[in-house]
Design a protein around this ligand. Structure first.
Ligand SMILES: CC(C)(COP(=O)(O)OP(=O)(O)OC[C@H]1O[C@@H](n2cnc3c(N)ncnc32)[C@H](O)[C@@H]1OP(=O)(O)O)[C@@H](O)C(=O)NCCC(=O)NCCS
Length: 274
């Protein structure tokens, strides 16, 4: 087992495709994950061949685990267990007390061995009707907004994630919208060409206006959204604007509870980084 580096990203794409039955790999997201936590990604090899990987980004209050992947040809031989053992040892060495992740049913069975418990559920939605939004009362994010935006985000997400938000806002300057009220931020959304999130707002009316802005943008495919089920307003809004449920996943935690303001957290970035 060794750290995965940028040279290994083609292996990461192949492992991801094989384990999750996908074709496009992680693409740009893989490069971002590595940039956000360069020492957070493990690659397992057997006779020089990649047989598995797992990743964790360390925020200040908890770590988020993602892209756990063992291709079908190597499954049920202890690779996943070995990867998780090493990852958790590494996280403990960094004094990480709380670890979170979103689990597939196979993954959940593995994580229970390591003391992960269910903390909630998340739903993956995809737009099924081409409902177009409009740019209502929000303006695209400006560079000077980033400080206020990250300060607004941290108590809702439950950890500071300045580096994540900065990268996303710089990658999609025309696709990030901020809502301001009485001098402060009251919500924001970032939409990539394929998905919407993070999407965070003080109230459902602001969240709706942000969603409308996002839906006014062009997308490469019908956009997906990963919303915590604890935020019931997110599901209501998504249904209203033509989104359908793709699947539900279990959200798990290991270690002590840390606060997350799910009432204001409408969508996360991805399954890998929360
Ligand atoms: C989930 C996954 C990583 C497990 O990897 P693995 O190398 O096969 O896991 P291990 O052989 O180390 O299994 C360890 C334990 O996890 C549990 N487990 C693993 N795969 C399981 C499955 N398909 N169904 C039920 N339990 C499973 C079992 O308890 C297993 O112990 P056992 O084999 O002694 O019964 C792998 O199946 C995978 O990549 N699946 C597709 C992608 C995915 O779902 N990733 C997880 C995202 S959260």
């Amino acid at each position: 087992m060794r750290p995965l580096t940028s040279d290994d990203l083609p292996h990461a794409d192949a492992l991801f495709n094989a384990a999750y039955g996908r074709r496009g790999g992680l693409g740009e997201a893989g490069r971002r994950y590595l940039a956000w936590q360069p020492d957070g990604w493990l690659l397992a090899e057997l006779s020089g061949q990649p047989v598995g990987m797992v990743y964790a980004v360390r925020y200040d209050r908890f770590a988020y685990v993602g892209v756990m992947a063992v291709p079908p040809s190597a499954q049920r031989r202890g690779v996943g267990r070995a990867l998780m053992t090493r990852l958790l040892t590494d996280l403990e060495a960094h004094a990480v007390g709380t670890v979170r992740l979103d689990a597939t049913p196979e993954g959940a069975a593995l994580y229970r061995h390591f003391g992960f418990v269910e903390e909630g559920t998340k739903t993956l939605y995809r737009r099924a009707e081409a409902v177009r939004g409009e740019l209502v009362g929000m303006r695209p994010l400006r560079r000077g907004d980033l400080l206020a935006l990250t300060a607004f985000d941290a108590p809702k997400f439950g950890a500071a994630r300045d580096h994540v938000l900065r990268t996303l806002c710089e990658a999609y300057p025309e696709r990030a919208f901020v809502s301001r009220r009485a001098g402060g931020v009251s919500g924001y959304v970032v939409a990539s060409p394929r998905s919407i999130g993070p999407w965070v707002a003080d109230d459902s009316r602001t969240a709706e206006q942000l969603l409308l802005c996002a839906l006014a943008l062009p997308f490469e495919t019908e956009p997906s959204v990963i919303a915590p089920d604890a935020n019931t307003a997110a599901g209501t809004l998504l249904a209203r604007y033509g989104f359908r449920v793709v699947r539900r996943t279990v959200h798990m935690r290991r270690g002590s509870e840390t606060p997350i303001d799910y009432a204001k957290l409408y969508a996360q970035v991805s399954f890998a980084v929360g």
